[in-house]
Design a protein around this ligand. Structure first.
Ligand SMILES: Nc1ncnc2c1ncn2[C@@H]1O[C@H](COP(=O)(O)OP(=O)(O)OP(=O)(O)O)[C@@H](O)[C@H]1O
Ligand SMILES: [Mg+2]
Length: 334
Protein backbone atom coordinates (compact mmCIF):
# COMPACT_ATOMS: atom_id res chain seq x y z
CA UNK A 1 0.00 0.00 0.00
CA UNK A 2 1.37 3.43 -0.95
CA UNK A 3 1.58 6.38 1.43
CA UNK A 4 -1.62 8.42 1.17
CA UNK A 5 -1.31 11.77 -0.57
CA UNK A 6 -4.06 13.11 1.64
CA UNK A 7 -5.23 11.71 4.97
CA UNK A 8 -8.09 13.17 6.99
CA UNK A 9 -8.65 11.98 10.53
CA UNK A 10 -11.52 12.64 12.91
CA UNK A 11 -12.51 15.81 11.11
CA UNK A 12 -15.19 17.86 12.83
CA UNK A 13 -16.39 21.07 11.19
CA UNK A 14 -18.91 23.34 12.91
CA UNK A 15 -20.29 26.28 10.93
CA UNK A 16 -21.74 29.33 12.61
CA UNK A 17 -23.83 32.04 11.02
CA UNK A 18 -25.54 34.82 12.99
CA UNK A 19 -28.68 32.70 13.11
CA UNK A 20 -27.63 29.07 13.11
CA UNK A 21 -24.84 26.68 14.06
CA UNK A 22 -24.41 23.45 12.15
CA UNK A 23 -22.17 20.43 12.69
CA UNK A 24 -21.52 19.93 8.99
CA UNK A 25 -18.85 17.25 9.39
CA UNK A 26 -18.93 14.96 12.40
CA UNK A 27 -15.85 12.85 12.93
CA UNK A 28 -14.98 11.82 9.36
CA UNK A 29 -11.76 9.99 8.50
CA UNK A 30 -10.55 9.01 5.05
CA UNK A 31 -7.44 8.87 2.93
CA UNK A 32 -6.56 8.86 -0.72
CA UNK A 33 -3.60 7.31 -2.48
CA UNK A 34 -1.73 8.32 -5.64
CA UNK A 35 -3.53 7.24 -8.80
CA UNK A 36 -6.77 6.51 -6.98
CA UNK A 37 -10.23 7.94 -7.62
CA UNK A 38 -12.33 8.36 -4.50
CA UNK A 39 -15.99 9.26 -4.96
CA UNK A 40 -17.96 11.00 -2.22
CA UNK A 41 -21.71 10.59 -2.47
CA UNK A 42 -24.68 11.58 -0.34
CA UNK A 43 -27.76 13.75 -0.42
CA UNK A 44 -27.64 17.50 -0.74
CA UNK A 45 -26.48 19.01 2.57
CA UNK A 46 -24.75 15.81 3.74
CA UNK A 47 -21.44 17.67 4.05
CA UNK A 48 -19.60 16.55 0.90
CA UNK A 49 -18.34 20.01 -0.01
CA UNK A 50 -17.58 21.18 3.52
CA UNK A 51 -15.70 17.97 4.34
CA UNK A 52 -13.59 18.13 1.20
CA UNK A 53 -13.01 21.84 0.71
CA UNK A 54 -13.14 22.94 4.37
CA UNK A 55 -9.60 21.82 5.25
CA UNK A 56 -8.36 23.67 2.14
CA UNK A 57 -9.83 26.91 3.45
CA UNK A 58 -12.43 27.03 0.68
CA UNK A 59 -15.66 27.63 2.55
CA UNK A 60 -18.30 30.28 1.89
CA UNK A 61 -17.61 33.72 3.24
CA UNK A 62 -19.77 35.03 6.06
CA UNK A 63 -19.61 31.74 7.96
CA UNK A 64 -17.48 31.28 11.07
CA UNK A 65 -15.75 27.91 11.17
CA UNK A 66 -14.52 25.74 13.98
CA UNK A 67 -12.47 22.88 12.60
CA UNK A 68 -10.90 20.03 14.57
CA UNK A 69 -9.04 16.86 13.63
CA UNK A 70 -6.23 16.58 11.12
CA UNK A 71 -5.96 16.73 7.33
CA UNK A 72 -2.45 15.78 6.26
CA UNK A 73 -0.85 16.29 2.88
CA UNK A 74 2.83 16.33 2.07
CA UNK A 75 3.62 15.67 5.75
CA UNK A 76 1.78 18.77 6.95
CA UNK A 77 -1.56 19.36 8.65
CA UNK A 78 -3.91 21.65 6.73
CA UNK A 79 -6.14 22.18 9.75
CA UNK A 80 -3.29 23.97 11.52
CA UNK A 81 -2.29 26.15 8.53
CA UNK A 82 -2.70 29.88 8.01
CA UNK A 83 -4.70 31.18 5.03
CA UNK A 84 -1.52 32.03 3.10
CA UNK A 85 -0.04 28.57 3.67
CA UNK A 86 -3.34 27.06 2.53
CA UNK A 87 -3.35 29.20 -0.57
CA UNK A 88 0.09 27.85 -1.52
CA UNK A 89 -1.12 24.31 -0.81
CA UNK A 90 -4.17 24.81 -3.06
CA UNK A 91 -2.02 26.01 -5.88
CA UNK A 92 0.57 23.27 -5.56
CA UNK A 93 -0.62 20.11 -3.87
CA UNK A 94 -4.33 20.42 -4.68
CA UNK A 95 -6.19 21.42 -7.83
CA UNK A 96 -9.89 22.12 -7.46
CA UNK A 97 -12.62 22.06 -10.10
CA UNK A 98 -16.06 23.32 -9.21
CA UNK A 99 -19.56 23.02 -10.60
CA UNK A 100 -19.40 26.66 -11.66
CA UNK A 101 -16.24 27.51 -13.63
CA UNK A 102 -16.68 31.17 -12.79
CA UNK A 103 -15.87 30.45 -9.16
CA UNK A 104 -12.33 29.69 -10.33
CA UNK A 105 -11.87 31.91 -13.40
CA UNK A 106 -11.75 35.69 -13.30
CA UNK A 107 -14.39 37.05 -15.74
CA UNK A 108 -12.35 40.22 -16.31
CA UNK A 109 -9.21 38.46 -17.53
CA UNK A 110 -8.50 36.47 -20.67
CA UNK A 111 -8.36 32.70 -20.18
CA UNK A 112 -4.78 32.09 -21.32
CA UNK A 113 -3.04 34.62 -19.09
CA UNK A 114 -4.87 33.22 -16.06
CA UNK A 115 -3.43 29.79 -16.82
CA UNK A 116 0.00 31.20 -17.63
CA UNK A 117 0.12 33.09 -14.34
CA UNK A 118 -0.73 29.95 -12.39
CA UNK A 119 1.91 27.92 -14.26
CA UNK A 120 4.50 30.69 -13.83
CA UNK A 121 3.85 31.01 -10.12
CA UNK A 122 4.12 27.35 -9.31
CA UNK A 123 6.71 26.11 -11.77
CA UNK A 124 8.81 29.27 -11.86
CA UNK A 125 8.51 29.50 -15.66
CA UNK A 126 9.54 32.50 -17.77
CA UNK A 127 6.71 34.51 -19.33
CA UNK A 128 7.30 32.87 -22.74
CA UNK A 129 7.40 29.34 -21.31
CA UNK A 130 4.33 30.00 -19.16
CA UNK A 131 2.43 31.05 -22.30
CA UNK A 132 3.51 27.86 -24.09
CA UNK A 133 2.48 25.81 -21.06
CA UNK A 134 -0.93 27.52 -20.96
CA UNK A 135 -1.56 26.78 -24.65
CA UNK A 136 -0.53 23.18 -24.16
CA UNK A 137 -2.86 22.87 -21.13
CA UNK A 138 -5.74 24.20 -23.22
CA UNK A 139 -4.89 21.68 -25.94
CA UNK A 140 -4.58 18.88 -23.41
CA UNK A 141 -8.02 19.53 -21.99
CA UNK A 142 -9.50 19.27 -25.48
CA UNK A 143 -10.07 22.93 -26.27
CA UNK A 144 -9.93 23.32 -30.04
CA UNK A 145 -7.70 26.00 -31.50
CA UNK A 146 -6.00 26.65 -28.15
CA UNK A 147 -3.71 29.46 -29.40
CA UNK A 148 -6.83 31.43 -30.37
CA UNK A 149 -8.72 30.52 -27.16
CA UNK A 150 -5.76 31.79 -25.13
CA UNK A 151 -6.87 35.35 -25.89
CA UNK A 152 -10.57 34.85 -25.19
CA UNK A 153 -12.47 36.04 -22.15
CA UNK A 154 -14.44 33.46 -20.13
CA UNK A 155 -17.80 34.76 -21.45
CA UNK A 156 -16.68 33.93 -25.00
CA UNK A 157 -16.51 30.19 -24.24
CA UNK A 158 -19.39 27.69 -24.06
CA UNK A 159 -20.19 25.96 -20.73
CA UNK A 160 -18.34 22.78 -21.67
CA UNK A 161 -15.29 24.72 -22.91
CA UNK A 162 -15.24 26.80 -19.73
CA UNK A 163 -15.30 23.62 -17.68
CA UNK A 164 -12.30 22.40 -19.67
CA UNK A 165 -10.52 25.72 -19.11
CA UNK A 166 -11.11 25.39 -15.37
CA UNK A 167 -9.67 21.88 -15.43
CA UNK A 168 -6.65 23.31 -17.27
CA UNK A 169 -6.33 25.93 -14.52
CA UNK A 170 -6.53 23.27 -11.81
CA UNK A 171 -3.78 21.30 -13.56
CA UNK A 172 -1.51 24.28 -14.19
CA UNK A 173 0.36 23.85 -10.91
CA UNK A 174 0.70 20.07 -11.38
CA UNK A 175 -1.29 19.05 -8.30
CA UNK A 176 -1.00 15.65 -6.65
CA UNK A 177 -4.69 15.66 -5.73
CA UNK A 178 -7.46 16.87 -8.03
CA UNK A 179 -10.73 17.63 -6.23
CA UNK A 180 -13.80 17.82 -8.45
CA UNK A 181 -16.94 19.09 -6.69
CA UNK A 182 -19.90 18.13 -8.88
CA UNK A 183 -17.92 19.00 -11.98
CA UNK A 184 -20.64 18.15 -14.48
CA UNK A 185 -23.96 18.94 -12.80
CA UNK A 186 -24.52 22.13 -14.80
CA UNK A 187 -23.74 20.56 -18.19
CA UNK A 188 -25.87 18.65 -20.68
CA UNK A 189 -25.51 14.86 -20.83
CA UNK A 190 -23.12 14.63 -23.80
CA UNK A 191 -20.77 17.25 -22.38
CA UNK A 192 -20.98 15.60 -18.93
CA UNK A 193 -19.69 12.35 -20.41
CA UNK A 194 -16.87 14.18 -22.22
CA UNK A 195 -15.75 15.99 -19.07
CA UNK A 196 -15.78 12.80 -17.01
CA UNK A 197 -13.76 11.06 -19.74
CA UNK A 198 -11.28 13.95 -19.63
CA UNK A 199 -10.88 13.66 -15.86
CA UNK A 200 -10.30 9.94 -16.22
CA UNK A 201 -7.74 10.44 -18.97
CA UNK A 202 -5.80 13.00 -16.91
CA UNK A 203 -5.92 10.75 -13.91
CA UNK A 204 -4.47 7.85 -15.91
CA UNK A 205 -1.80 9.92 -17.62
CA UNK A 206 -0.59 11.78 -14.54
CA UNK A 207 -1.31 9.16 -11.87
CA UNK A 208 -2.79 11.84 -9.65
CA UNK A 209 -5.38 11.18 -6.97
CA UNK A 210 -8.90 12.34 -7.78
CA UNK A 211 -11.64 13.11 -5.27
CA UNK A 212 -14.95 13.19 -7.12
CA UNK A 213 -17.93 14.64 -5.29
CA UNK A 214 -21.05 13.70 -7.19
CA UNK A 215 -24.74 12.86 -7.18
CA UNK A 216 -24.20 10.79 -10.29
CA UNK A 217 -24.01 7.11 -9.34
CA UNK A 218 -23.37 6.26 -13.00
CA UNK A 219 -20.21 8.40 -12.88
CA UNK A 220 -19.16 6.66 -9.67
CA UNK A 221 -19.50 3.24 -11.27
CA UNK A 222 -17.41 4.33 -14.27
CA UNK A 223 -14.71 6.39 -12.57
CA UNK A 224 -14.31 5.52 -8.91
CA UNK A 225 -12.04 2.99 -7.27
CA UNK A 226 -13.45 3.69 -3.84
CA UNK A 227 -16.61 5.31 -2.51
CA UNK A 228 -17.52 7.13 0.69
CA UNK A 229 -21.20 7.47 1.48
CA UNK A 230 -21.81 10.50 3.65
CA UNK A 231 -24.95 11.05 5.69
CA UNK A 232 -25.47 14.16 7.82
CA UNK A 233 -21.74 14.75 8.16
CA UNK A 234 -20.88 11.16 9.09
CA UNK A 235 -19.50 8.37 6.93
CA UNK A 236 -22.20 5.69 6.71
CA UNK A 237 -20.29 3.30 4.47
CA UNK A 238 -17.04 3.06 2.55
CA UNK A 239 -15.41 0.52 0.33
CA UNK A 240 -14.46 -0.30 -3.21
CA UNK A 241 -16.92 1.07 -5.77
CA UNK A 242 -17.88 -2.44 -6.79
CA UNK A 243 -18.59 -3.55 -3.20
CA UNK A 244 -20.53 -0.46 -2.18
CA UNK A 245 -22.55 -0.24 -5.39
CA UNK A 246 -23.34 -3.91 -5.78
CA UNK A 247 -23.34 -5.13 -2.17
CA UNK A 248 -24.41 -2.11 -0.11
CA UNK A 249 -24.82 -2.76 3.60
CA UNK A 250 -25.98 0.45 5.25
CA UNK A 251 -29.73 1.08 4.90
CA UNK A 252 -28.92 4.63 3.78
CA UNK A 253 -26.65 3.42 0.97
CA UNK A 254 -29.35 1.00 -0.11
CA UNK A 255 -31.90 3.81 -0.14
CA UNK A 256 -29.58 6.11 -2.05
CA UNK A 257 -28.96 3.48 -4.73
CA UNK A 258 -32.64 2.55 -4.91
CA UNK A 259 -33.48 6.17 -5.62
CA UNK A 260 -31.37 6.11 -8.79
CA UNK A 261 -33.52 5.21 -11.78
CA UNK A 262 -32.59 1.79 -13.19
CA UNK A 263 -29.25 1.73 -11.43
CA UNK A 264 -29.44 -1.91 -10.57
CA UNK A 265 -32.59 -3.94 -10.85
CA UNK A 266 -31.86 -6.19 -7.86
CA UNK A 267 -31.67 -3.16 -5.59
CA UNK A 268 -34.19 -0.89 -7.20
CA UNK A 269 -37.48 -2.47 -8.06
CA UNK A 270 -38.68 0.84 -9.44
CA UNK A 271 -37.27 4.12 -8.23
CA UNK A 272 -37.95 4.96 -4.61
CA UNK A 273 -37.24 8.00 -2.56
CA UNK A 274 -35.83 7.57 0.94
CA UNK A 275 -38.75 8.56 3.17
CA UNK A 276 -38.32 11.55 5.45
CA UNK A 277 -35.72 14.30 5.42
CA UNK A 278 -32.10 14.50 6.57
CA UNK A 279 -31.88 15.46 10.24
CA UNK A 280 -31.53 18.93 11.59
CA UNK A 281 -27.76 19.16 11.99
CA UNK A 282 -27.97 21.99 14.47
CA UNK A 283 -28.45 19.48 17.28
CA UNK A 284 -25.89 16.75 17.71
CA UNK A 285 -27.80 13.66 18.84
CA UNK A 286 -26.00 10.71 20.41
CA UNK A 287 -27.34 7.92 18.17
CA UNK A 288 -27.35 7.04 14.49
CA UNK A 289 -28.30 10.08 12.44
CA UNK A 290 -30.21 7.95 9.94
CA UNK A 291 -32.31 6.16 12.58
CA UNK A 292 -35.41 8.36 12.12
CA UNK A 293 -35.65 7.44 8.45
CA UNK A 294 -34.51 3.85 8.76
CA UNK A 295 -36.96 0.97 8.34
CA UNK A 296 -34.86 -1.42 10.45
CA UNK A 297 -33.90 0.96 13.27
CA UNK A 298 -33.94 -0.45 16.80
CA UNK A 299 -34.06 1.44 20.11
CA UNK A 300 -30.31 0.92 20.52
CA UNK A 301 -29.72 2.90 17.30
CA UNK A 302 -30.93 6.05 19.04
CA UNK A 303 -28.77 5.54 22.08
CA UNK A 304 -25.31 5.05 20.64
CA UNK A 305 -23.55 6.40 17.63
CA UNK A 306 -22.52 3.53 15.37
CA UNK A 307 -18.89 3.33 14.32
CA UNK A 308 -17.61 2.02 11.02
CA UNK A 309 -17.10 -1.74 11.25
CA UNK A 310 -15.75 -4.23 8.72
CA UNK A 311 -18.22 -5.94 6.41
CA UNK A 312 -17.75 -9.67 5.89
CA UNK A 313 -14.49 -11.18 7.10
CA UNK A 314 -12.64 -7.88 6.84
CA UNK A 315 -10.39 -9.15 4.05
CA UNK A 316 -11.34 -6.20 1.83
CA UNK A 317 -11.74 -2.61 2.92
CA UNK A 318 -15.52 -2.39 3.12
CA UNK A 319 -16.95 -0.84 6.26
CA UNK A 320 -20.39 0.25 7.33
CA UNK A 321 -21.73 2.09 10.36
CA UNK A 322 -24.74 -0.15 10.96
CA UNK A 323 -24.45 -2.74 13.76
CA UNK A 324 -28.03 -3.87 13.09
CA UNK A 325 -27.23 -5.18 9.60
CA UNK A 326 -23.75 -6.36 10.53
CA UNK A 327 -24.96 -8.23 13.62
CA UNK A 328 -27.63 -9.89 11.49
CA UNK A 329 -24.81 -11.04 9.22
CA UNK A 330 -23.04 -12.36 12.29
CA UNK A 331 -19.87 -10.32 11.83
CA UNK A 332 -20.14 -7.25 14.02
CA UNK A 333 -19.53 -7.03 17.71
CA UNK A 334 -20.26 -3.67 19.21
N1 LIG B 1 -22.83 29.08 3.81
C1 LIG B 1 -23.38 28.26 4.70
N2 LIG B 1 -24.05 28.74 5.77
C2 LIG B 1 -24.63 27.92 6.67
N3 LIG B 1 -24.62 26.59 6.57
C3 LIG B 1 -23.99 26.04 5.52
C4 LIG B 1 -23.33 26.84 4.52
N4 LIG B 1 -22.77 26.00 3.60
C5 LIG B 1 -23.08 24.74 4.00
N5 LIG B 1 -23.80 24.77 5.15
C6 LIG B 1 -24.33 23.62 5.88
O1 LIG B 1 -23.33 22.64 6.02
C7 LIG B 1 -23.87 21.34 5.81
C8 LIG B 1 -23.07 20.65 4.74
O2 LIG B 1 -23.25 21.34 3.52
P1 LIG B 1 -22.47 20.95 2.19
O3 LIG B 1 -22.56 22.14 1.31
O4 LIG B 1 -21.12 20.44 2.51
O5 LIG B 1 -23.37 19.77 1.61
P2 LIG B 1 -23.19 18.98 0.24
O6 LIG B 1 -23.26 17.52 0.60
O7 LIG B 1 -21.99 19.47 -0.48
O8 LIG B 1 -24.54 19.37 -0.52
P3 LIG B 1 -24.80 19.59 -2.11
O9 LIG B 1 -24.93 18.23 -2.69
O10 LIG B 1 -26.09 20.35 -2.14
O11 LIG B 1 -23.65 20.37 -2.67
C9 LIG B 1 -25.35 21.52 5.50
O12 LIG B 1 -26.08 21.31 6.68
C10 LIG B 1 -25.43 22.95 5.06
O13 LIG B 1 -26.69 23.47 5.39
MG1 LIG C 1 -21.72 20.45 -2.25
Amino acid sequence: MTTPVYAVENLIIDLYTPTVSVRAVDGASFEIHPGETLAIVGESGSGKTVMTLGPLGLLPEGVAIDMRGTARADGRDLVAMSQSELSAMRGGEFGVIFQDPMSALNPMLKIGPQLAEQARRHAGLSAADARKEAVSLLARTGIPDPADRYDRYPHELSGGMLQRAMIALALAAKPRVLIADEPTTALDATVQAQILALIRQIQKEDGIAVVLITHDIGAVSVLADRVIVLYAGQIAEEGSAIDVLTRPVHPYTKGLLASVPDFRSEISSGTREIPGLPPNQTKVEPGCRFAERCSIAQPSCLARRPTLLPVGDGSVLHRAACPVVLNAQGVAHQ
